[in-house]
Ligand binder design. Structure first.
Ligand code: SF4
Ligand code: SF4
Length: 435
């Protein structure tokens, strides 16, 4: 900005709403919950400062593409801890996501062909085509097993290679499977997602078995796809809408009663499809009907009567709250109640369980320095808790926490809540077989 031109403001559709940013009374109660504020102790790196920046752009006092504004919209994790803390009900996530959409649209004409290709490869190709996601995962597995990390680097997966868990030989692909529960009380649609189905297929297998134990049959329709969260967090709301339509149609065709997600980030996006289609006369109503049926797996299991024949897990477990479960979906008690049902398991609380671990979609790629600081902070809190297992409910958190613990040579395992429950039931079955 040289002062000769009027600042570039928000324009067109998907603008941050004045109704939202004007609700901020600048009380600062959100500041101690914001991971980037805790790390930097800088006003502009916190929610209150970022809201002021959004307001300044909306009022024409700051350029949309000013370096400081673009940097702050990128540094924010969209973890939404500030929403949980806010007494005025500022829907902060909507502000940052629409601000990013505005920035991306304004930057697009000047984007280099290389940057555009990388963005399209990451967002439009890998997340729209899950067969390509499986191909990329297979390449990563090859690199992990042969030490050819450079091969992953060629595909732009160098950082992913460092953070990724060991990629298994078999994925859990949506192929139209159906699993019939004994004395079924309903039908659950299982969302397989993009990362979970290649990196943690065992979590899907455990989810199916747990739903069956809760007397829900399970369908896994092949026409579902990525939830769109990563695209929306990256400011590509239009692409997020295209992905949302595919899942809404797949659920409508399936005839299932409930749409179940076991990845907190996916569940939060799926529950917010109504917002993606605000003002759309056709898709608005369909999205609302869809989102009303979405549940996290821990909500479903917590609400159902489970088989009382459960085995022991003798372990000390701490629970890492995924931001998009605790802050976006406001689900916090259900995972803990489920863990407490496991005989032998001692649940302890770590410090800062609800502070983001730095995973946040593709944040490791876009903000590697802050992602690394938050990963170390989380690993230190886990170690200080003394737990030998960390339970969580989101693949991004699982990868990030495990990478943080690996870096400190910790032996602490990371597991999804549903894996621990399934382990306990399988321990009971194994004991019965031995007896
Ligand atoms: S979404 Fe998270 S990182 Fe962003 S301002 Fe709110 S608390 Fe801070
Ligand atoms: S808690 Fe809410 S009202 Fe208070 S400063 Fe933060 S966003 Fe604004």
């Amino acid at each position: 900005m040289n002062g000769l031109h009027a600042p570039l403001g928000f324009s067109g559709s998907d603008q941050p709403s004045a109704e939202i940013f004007n609700r901020c009374i600048r009380c600062g109660l959100c500041l101690p919950t914001c991971p980037t504020y805790l790390e930097t102790m800088t006003e502009t790196s916190g929610p209150r400062g970022r809201i002021s920046l959004v307001k300044a752009v909306a009022e024409g006092r700051l350029d949309l593409l000013a370096d400081g504004f673009v940097a702050q919209m990128s540094e924010c994790l969209d973890c939404r801890a500030c929403e949980t803390a806010c007494p005025s009900g500022v829907a902060y996530g909507q502000l940052v996501e629409t601000a990013r959409t505005q920035i991306r649209r304004a930057q697009e004409p000047a984007e280099s062909p290389g940057a555009r290709r990388l963005r399209r490869l990451l967002l439009h190709t890998l997340f729209a085509r899950l067969d390509l996601m499986r191909f990329a995962a297979a390449v990563l597995r090859l690199a992990q097993r042969t030490g050819l990390a450079s091969l992953a680097g060629v595909l732009g997966l160098g950082d992913a290679a460092k953070l990724a868990p060991e990629i298994p030989a078999r994925f859990f692909t949506a192929k139209g499977q159906r699993y019939d529960a004994f004395d079924a009380q309903g039908v659950a649609f299982l969302h397989v997602g993009c990362v979970m189905h290649v990196a943690f297929p065992q979590v899907h297998a455990a989810t199916v078995r747990m739903l069956e134990r809760a007397r829900l049959s399970v369908v896994v329709p092949a026409d579902q796809g990525c939830c769109g969260a990563i695209a929306v967090h990256a400011g590509d709301l239009d692409f997020g809408r295209a992905l949302a339509k595919r899942n809404i149609e797949a659920f409508e065709k399936s005839g299932a009663d409930v749409y179940v997600a076991n990845a907190a980030g996916c569940g939060a996006a799926l529950k917010e499809y109504t917002r993606y289609f605000a003002g759309d006369p056709e898709w608005g109503a369909r999205a609302q009907r869809f989102s009303e049926r979405v549940r996290d797996i821990t909500e479903v299991l917590d609400a159902m009567e489970l088989d009382p024949h459960i085995g022991r897990i003798d372990a000390t477990v701490t629970y890492q709250e995924p931001c998009h479960l605790v802050h976006a979906q406001r689900v916090s008690g259900a995972p803990r109640r489920l863990l407490e049902k496991i005989p032998g398991l001692r649940l302890i609380e770590m410090s800062e369980s609800a502070i983001c671990c730095g995973s946040a979609g593709i944040y490791n790629l876009t903000e590697p320095e802050m992602a690394g600081r938050l990963r170390e902070r989380k690993a230190a809190n886990v170690r200080a808790s003394g737990a030998n297992i960390v339970a969580t409910a989101n693949p991004g958190c699982a990868m990030q926490v495990a990478a943080g613990l690996r870096a400190t040579e910790s032996q602490t395992e990371v597991k999804h809540v549903v894996e621990l429950l399934d382990d306990a039931y399988r321990a009971y079955s194994a004991a019965v077989r031995r007896a």
